[in-house]
Ligand binder design. Sequence first.
Ligand code: FES
Length: 872
Amino acid sequence: MKFQFQGKLVGAQPGDTIAAALYRNGQRVFSRSFKYHRPRGLLCVSGNCPNCLMNVDGVPNVRTCIRPVREGMKVKGQNAYPSLETDFLSIAERFDWLMPVGWYYKTLTHPAMWHAAEPMIRKVAGLGEILPSGPTEYEHAWMHADTVVIGGGWAGMQAAWSAAERGEQVILIDDQVALGGQLRYRKRMGPISDDVMARMQAAKNVRILQNSYCFGLYEGNLLGVLERDPHADASERLIHLRAGHTVVATGAYETPLLFLNNDLVGVMLSSGVLRLLHLYGVAAGQRAVIVGPSAETAEVCAELRGGDIEVVTVVEPDAVVRAIGSGKVNGIQTRTGDFSCDLIVVCGPRVPDSGVIAQAGGKIEWSDAHGAFVPTVLPPHASAVGDAAGEAVANPAVPLPAGKRAFVCLCSDVSSTDLCDAIAEGFDQIETLKRYTTATMGPCQGRMCQLSSIGICARETSRSIGETGMTTSRPPNPGVTLGALAGPKHHPIRRTPMHYAHQNLGVVWMDMGDWQRPRYYTNHSAASETERVLHEYRAVREAAGLIDVSTLGKLDVRGADSGKLLDLVYTHRFSELRPGRVRYALMCDPGGIILDDGTISRINEDRYFVTTTSGNLDFVQQWLEWYLGGTNWDVHITNVTAGYGAMNLAGPKSRDILSKLTDCDLNSSNFSYMACREASVNGIPAILLRIGFVGETGWEMHCPAESAEELWQAILAAGYEFGVRPFGVEAQRLLRLEKRHVIVGVDTDALTNPYDADMGWAVKLDKNDFVGKALLSHAAKDQSRERLVGFVLQAPGVPEDGAAVVVNGQPAGRVTSSRYSPAQMAGVGLAWVKTSQAQEGTFIDVHMNGGLVKAKVTMRPFYDPEGVRLRQ
Ligand code: FES
C-alpha cells in the first residue's frame, strides 16, 4: 500500500496506521505545538494526545496514530511553515517572556489595541486548515440494544459476553481496529483467548462496532457514537444508540510525567512504545531510558529488550532532571548522571477513562488507594467495570516540578510555571484555572494534563487533590467533526402545494427549516434582487400582492374546553373570543420567554383554527398536548398543516380581486379587520382571515391543499387587471418591518419576554393562571432590561442585521432586522437597546461600514402608524 505524505509516496504495511507507517519510514516530527511551535512526536499512539494531528484527505486534526492507512490517501502536516521539520513560527518561543499566561487579558486592554492585534492573532491561532477538497460523506444511523458495552478490552468483552449469554441484544463499541484492548500490545499479560473472541464474533445477538467511540452519554441512556470509515461510501457515521443498560469498560489511559523538556520528540509513553512495537512491528528507538516507578518499569523493560531496543537504564521519576536535546531527545540528565539515548520511555500515572460516567451525572472522586479519580456514584442504568472503575489502577505519587518549566498541557503549551503564575494571580480554583490558562481545553480535552494540573493546583493552594476536585466533563468528548453532526448531504425538503406554480414564474428559493419558499420572483428576467423586491413591494402597497403562506403551521383545535386550553398556554384570552374573530397569539415558556406566535381564529363555539410559525409547528403541538395531558378536558388537536394550502392577498385592490371569486361580503362593515369566515372562493371551500401582517387590506386564505394551486392561479388571473403580483419572503420582510412587526426567532432570542419586545399588549395578566404568568408579572414592572425599538437611519445606507448599537463608545445593543424603507426613504430597522434609549426621538449610533451612523429611535410603525390602511 502507498499513500502520499507531503506530496511524496510512502509505503505502508497491511494494518498500519498512518503514524506507524510514517514512523517506520523515518518520520519523527508529527506536529508543531500550538503556541510556541515546538516540534512534537508520537506520545501515546492511542488517540489520547494532540501530538500526531495531521490533515488527511482535506480533513484537519486527524489523529494519525489511530487512522488506518488507505491506498492513495493524502496526508499533510499542519500548523507549521514551511515544513514540520523547519517551522519559522518556532521563533515565537524566543518571545515567550512577552506572552505570559493570560497575556492578552493583561496587554490588549484597549479596544484599539485589540482591533490592531486581532487579525494577526486569528491568523496564527487555531489548529489546522479546512481544505476545499475534503471528503463530505457522513451518515447518521439509529440503533438500540439491551446492553451497550463501551470498550473492547478484556473487561468489556467479558461484560458483553455475560449479557449475550443472558439472551440480551448487545452492542460492543471499541475504538480500536480489533478487540483486546491492552492485551493486544502488553504481551506479558497473556494472550487473548481465541475462544472468547471467536464466540463473540459469531454470536448473533452481539454486534461489534469496531473503530468507533462513544462521545457522550445523554439522558435516557442515549449514547452518541462515532464510527470511522463504516464503509467505502462514508468517512464517518454518527450513531444515535439507545441502551437499556450501559457498561462503561473504557479502561485507563497513561499520562505523561513532568520534567524539563518533557515534550521533546522521542519522549513517549510506555503504552505508546509498546503499541508501536507489538501492533506494527516498529521500534520507537534504539537506545531507551525508562522512567517510572519500579513496579511499572520491569514489564516495560522486558518488553523492550524482547523487541531489540537497548535499555540504557531505568530511572525513578524523582531522579530525572531533564531530557537533553534540541527538538529531539539525545539523552537524559538524572541525579545520578547523564545518559545518552534516543528514546525516553515514560511510565506515567494511569487515569481511569470515566468521563462518560461524569457526563451522565455520575460522581468521580479522588481515591488515595488508587492514586486516581474513580467513579463512586454511577448514573441510572449504567455500570463500570475493569480499569474504568479503577479496578487495577494503583498509581504511586509522582513528582511535580516546582520552579521549572515542564509542559503540562501539550495542546495549548501550558507549562507548570504558567499554572503556578496563574494560581498566584488568584485563579486558584480548578475551574477558573482551566479557563484562564486554557489547560485541559485543547484537542485532548484534558486527558494528558488534567491530573498534573490538579496536582499542581493542590500543591500551590495547600489543598488535597480531593479538595481541589476536577473540572466538569461535558460531551462531546472525544470531539466529533461538524460534518458528522450535520449528517448526510441529502436534506429532506418540503414543498408547498404551489411550488411548481412558483417555479414556472421564475423564482429564487430560500430554505426556511425544511420548507422551500420563494425569496423573490425573477419572472425570468435579469433584473437584480433589489429591483425585483422593490417591484413586488410596490405591487402590495399600490395594487395587490399574493404570497404563499402554506408553510405556516396549522392546528385544528376542537372541543368544549378548547378555549380553556388556549387561555392556559397562550398569553392572550381566547375563551372569550367571539366566533368569527381572530386574535394575535403569543406563547411563552414558564420563564416568560417568547416561544412562538401566530393567530388563533374562532371558527365556531367549539372550534379554533391555530396558526404557528413555519418552523415551530411540531413544538407548539407538543406544547399544547403536554399541557392538555391529565386534564380530562374535552379538546382534540389535529395537525392540518399538510392538508391546507394557504396564501395571503394584500393591497388596496385585494377586495376588488377577491370579490370576483366569492359571494362572501368582504366589506369592512361585515368582514372587519381581525374577523374570519368560512367561504367558497372560486368554488373552493376556504377559511378567510382578515389580518394584515404587511400593513394593507388583505385576506389570508386556507383551503384544501389539493385545490391550493388552482386558487392561486384563479386569484392571479382575477387580479391581472388590477396589477396583482406574487411576492416573496424578502418583500414580505420589508413590508412587515415597515409595520414594526416582530418575527419570533429573528427579532427575539432565548431571553426575550413580551414586555422587552414591546408586545406587552398581548399579555393578559388579569386572566387566570397561564404559562409564564408569574414571571411575566415581574417583567411587566421591570423597566431595567433591554427594549426592542424601531430606528430610522439619519444617513444613506442600511446596517447589516446584527450590527452593533453603540452608546458613548460602548456596545449597547444590536440590530435584529434592517432594510431600506421606500416609505421612509431611509434605512429602518429594529434593534435591542438599553431602556434609557428606548424613547421616541432618542438618537443612537449604529455600526455600519466600519463607522458609526446616527439613527433616530421610534416606538411607532414606520408606515401607516395608525393602521388606517389595513382596516379599510
Ligand atoms: S500520538 Fe496520536 S494521539 Fe497521541
